[in-house]
Design a protein around this ligand. Structure first.
Ligand SMILES: Cc1cc2nc3c(=O)[nH]c(=O)nc-3n(C[C@H](O)[C@H](O)[C@H](O)COP(=O)(O)O)c2cc1C
Ligand code: SF4
Length: 447
């Protein structure tokens, strides 16, 4: 059983409410931070922890905080609770079951950054979670942890929850800021980065829910204690949302460095492939990261067993590796059709492209169209190379990483499963047949 930080108290009855949260050590970090520490000391603890942002890119949180332009007295902290990446549903878990952890993290982090106004930007489809989070915020106000002169220290903080309209692109930090300002959520060209020019033109830090929710633990226990957990390059614990063809889908807190095989097959976590089937492939970090065939998920190309960490899952680069990303662990069994699943992902990216740059706007549409015809038995041999070509033209040529996110799954799926695409093209009758008969993946042998 690995260390538990975020989910330590998750099973305590009533932990969603203020009283039980407080009885279990809640808001101690706020007391310690505002009464006994300076903002810089907190930033240094977070730097020492080597916490890497949990929104997907894994950028060091303390370093990001240190970039904030302190010459401007108006600074903002914005929590990214947009969580729209297919396969990722871990932030929602915190908000739903232990919302005070996020509220406490927002207070501690705002104090560290010198922010007196903070926002939690929540995915539009999470509207049902609003009353839960708002209640936690109201309780924090009622108990003197939010508002004016917090705990008599002179520190003021107002915390607001803002709903998105349901667009995936509003999870991209600059699109999120545009949306928060009341505009259409189009990503901005960077630089300037939000730490210099963010919300309403003021210095702003945007962090993921999980990154913020872990800061109370770091304040209470120290960054060095946090850094002792996990691996050297991936310290701490991470929430993984596991789904697909496994026995036990759900949200798990793992200590980083846990062997992938243990995560996938042990009863403590995923419990193995459902129905006793074989593992075929996995998208280990949310729909935006490259897909890995089963053997490359468990071991690198050099034969080293992989573990759940930023460095191990990306070992081999995109040729034979992937990314930990947001921790959305999507498992495909032997019957899953890669083409069909990829078509599903591509439809999503096409639908969610904001349309500002042509390679993404046009390319995602073409990829969806070509994948649709391959999957439905109307593809031709040139279509597979056409897909590779479109993906190449999108990658690195767009304003925001949504373009890359759409291209990487396509490029990696063809790299690893080209024979399955060819089978679809060469045997349309088989594809049409399986499509019409309540979907089953084609048999590859002898194709
Ligand atoms: C299309 C797109 C969607 C994103 N969606 C999210 C999201 O839902 N939640 C999130 O925390 N980060 C998301 N990100 C990453 C954010 O831009 C940003 O890097 C992150 O919120 C920073 O937080 P962190 O440093 O704590 O990881 C997304 C990025 C892109 C390009
Ligand atoms: S890459 Fe796509 S989503 Fe991002 S700015 Fe360009 S068109 Fe919009």
């Amino acid at each position: 059983m690995g260390a538990k930080i975020l989910l330590e108290h998750i099973d305590k009855p009533g932990i969603r409410g203020y009283d039980v949260y407080r009885q279990n050590g809640g808001y101690r970090a706020v007391e310690k931070a505002v009464k006994t520490m300076t903002p810089d000391e907190i930033v240094n603890e977070v730097k020492t922890s080597v916490l890497r942002g949990r929104g997907g890119a894994g950028f060091p949180t303390g370093l990001k905080w240190s970039f904030i332009d302190k010459s401007n007295p108006t600074r903002y902290l914005v929590c990214n609770a947009d969580e729209s990446e297919p396969g990722t549903f871990k932030d929602r878990y915190i908000i739903q079951y232990i919302p005070h952890l996020l509220v406490e993290g927002m207070i501690v982090s705002s104090f560290a950054l010198g922010a007196n106004t903070a926002y939690i930007y929540m995915r539009g489809e999470f509207r049902w979670l609003f009353p839960i989070l708002q209640k936690a915020i109201d309780e924090a106000y009622a108990n003197g942890f939010l508002g004016k002169n917090i705990l008599g220290t002179g520190f003021n903080l107002d915390l607001y929850v803002q709903s998105g309209g349901g667009a995936y692109i509003c999870g991209e930090e600059t699109a999120l800021l545009e949306s928060l300002e009341g505009k259409r959520g189009n990503p901005r060209i960077k630089p300037p980065f939000p730490a210099i020019k963010g919300l309403y033109g003021c210095p702003t830090v945007v962090n993921n829910v999980e990154s913020i929710a872990v800061t109370p633990w770091i304040v209470n226990n120290g960054g060095a204690e946090y850094a002792k957990l996990g691996t050297e390059k991936s310290p701490g614990t991470k929430l993984i949302s596991a789904c697909g063809n496994i026995n036990k889908p759900g949200v798990y807190e793992i200590e980083l460095g846990l062997p992938v095989e243990e995560f996938l097959y042990s009863d403590e976590y995923c419990g193995g492939i459902a129905g006793g089937k074989q593992l075929k492939a996995c998208v280990p970090g949310g729909s935006s990261v490259p897909i890995l065939p089963g053997e490359l998920l468990l071991k690198t190309a050099a034969g080293t067993p992989r573990n759940m960490s930023y460095e191990s899952l990306s070992d081999g680069g995109f040729a034979t590796g992937s990314m930990l990303g947001s921790g959305g662990f999507i498992v495909f069994d032997e019957n899953a059709c890669i083409v069909r699943n990829l078509w599903n992902f591509s439809s999503f990216y096409h639908h969610e492209s904001c349309g500002q740059c042509s390679p993404c706007r046009e390319g995602t549409g073409w990829m969806e169209k070509v994948l649709h015809r391959i999957e439905h038995g109307h593809g031709n041999q040139g279509d597979i190379d056409l897909l590779v070509d479109i993906a190449k033209k999108i990658e690195g040529n767009t304003i925001c990483p949504l373009g890359d996110a759409a291209a990487w799954p396509v490029a990696s799926a063809i790299r690893h499963f080209r024979d399955e695409f060819e089978l679809h093209v060469k045997h349309p009758e088989l594809v049409r047949h399986h499509y019409m008969n309540d979907y089953k993946a084609p048999v590859l042998q002898g194709a």
